[in-house]
Ligand binder design. Structure first.
Ligand code: PPS
Length: 307
């Protein structure tokens, strides 16, 4: 595994240099692939490789729109396949295969082909651009995790502000809100992403929500284990709960994400409802309107606030 640290996003690190990277008038940087805004580190080469990967029956892939709890899910999956404990070597990121990204631990198709089973794949792609063409076309198990769009919008605002991979841009909350609801953020429209992934639900695709993990942890982990065919004991479940807790992940060398220095505040709140600290009444009305227009037929049942 590559041990190098990537202190900041650097165009020169990518195979294609800065080709195809665009900068909007507000300073937001992105690369367009298949008409969608992507982070610059999703290079055409990495994206092509991600489409060509051949999945095995034993592979586990998880996907989400950014800031939807995918890192938490990755930790739970790793604990599930490892008997409840973290592996002795490496970090959480190093145990994930992130085919579409050129950092921090890029892997070529040859390397991925030679890896032992079970392999754990991470992705943030919309269904039309999914790893290997998506669950309907591939072997292995796929999990898609979604989170309510209000909290995603806020979490993403903090994640993208003053980050090199987004051009170190710095905008107001109001400006970000407009970008988010019009799909002008890296990975495109949250609504398209979430609606697209549940349009067809083959038997090798499990849909989850971040809120389910927070509010019904045991049931949700049992559901994941059953889906993956993993025997889960009560002791393992308690170990998984402990080792995947927000505080434990934030504090542990294994999961703290310090490979990318700019991710210092990666574990920000880990709660439902932090949108209330940012949304104005009219922004909330507009988001509710979009939710009722786009989500009336989706399989997800989001929770927006807790008592
Ligand atoms: S990324 O960067 O797109 O991969 O982000 P992702 O991991 O999908 O989502 C990040 C948000 O998940 C929160 N998080 C957690 N919440 C509860 N428990 C645990 N263990 C946990 N780990 C990560 C993280 O704090 C981000 O949400 P916000 O609202 O910003 O805190």
């Amino acid at each position: 595994m590559t041990e190098s640290k990537i202190p900041a996003y650097n165009d020169g690190y990518n195979e294609n240099g800065s080709d195809g990277i665009e900068e909007a008038s507000d300073g937001y940087r992105f690369r367009k692939l298949s008409g969608r805004l992507m982070p610059p580190y999703v290079t055409p080469l990495r994206y092509a490789q991600s489409r060509d990967v051949q999945m095995r029956d034993s592979d586990i892939s998880f996907c989400s729109f950014p800031k939807s709890g995918s890192t938490w899910l990755s930790q739970i999956l790793l604990l599930l396949i490892n008997g409840g404990a973290n592996p002795d070597k490496g970090t959480l990121r190093q145990h994930m295969i992130w085919m579409e990204a050129s950092w921090p631990f890029p892997k070529s198709l040859d390397v991925v082909d030679s890896m032992e089973s079970p392999r754990l794949f991470k992705s943030h792609m919309p269904i039309e651009m999914a790893l290997g063409g998506g669950p309907a076309k591939q072997a292995g198990k796929f999990i898609y995790i979604a989170r309510n769009p209000k909290d995603v919008c806020v979490s993403y605002f903090h994640f993208e502000t003053e980050k090199a991979w987004a051009g170190n841009f710095n905008c107001s909350w109001d400006h970000w809100f407009e970008r988010f609801i019009s799909g002008q953020v890296q990975r495109g429209s949250w609504f398209d992403h979430v609606v697209g992934w549940q349009r067809e639900i083959p038997s090798n695709l499990l849909l989850l929500t971040y809120e389910d993990l927070l509010l019904k942890f045991d049931n949700t982990v049992v559901k994941i284990a059953e889906f993956l065919g993993i025997k889960l004991t009560k002791k393992m479940l308690r170990q998984i709960e402990k080792n995947s807790s927000f505080d434990r992940m934030r504090a542990s060398e294994f999961a703290n994400m310090h490979e990318v220095e700019q991710l210092g505040s990666f574990y920000r709140k880990g709660k439902i409802g932090s949108w209330k600290e940012h949304f104005s009444v009219s922004q909330n009305d507009r988001m509710d309107q979009l939710i009722s227009e786009h989500l009336h037929h989706v399989a997800f049942d989001f929770t927006y606030e807790t008592d």
